[in-house]
Design a protein. Sequence first.
Length: 81
Amino acid sequence: MISAAALGHVGPPLYQAQGNYAEAETLNQRSLAILEKALGPEHPDVAQSLENYAALLRKTGRPDEAAEMEVRAKAIRAKNE
C-alpha cells in the first residue's frame, strides 16, 4: 500500500515531468486530504504537502493560490518548532 506522503511526494513530480498537470494536481489534493485527516491539519507532513502543492500551482501560473498554501505551511512549521 502506498502511503499518502509517498502519493504526494512521488506521483505529482512524475506527472509534472510528463506535462500532466491536472493529474498532478489531483494527486496533490488527495494526498493533502488524506494527510490532514490521518495526522491532523497541523502536522509537519501536511506542511510539506502544502509546499509541494504550492510549487505545482506556481508552475501552472496560479501564484495567488500558491501563496495561500505557502502561508499555511509556514504557520504549521512555526507551530511545530
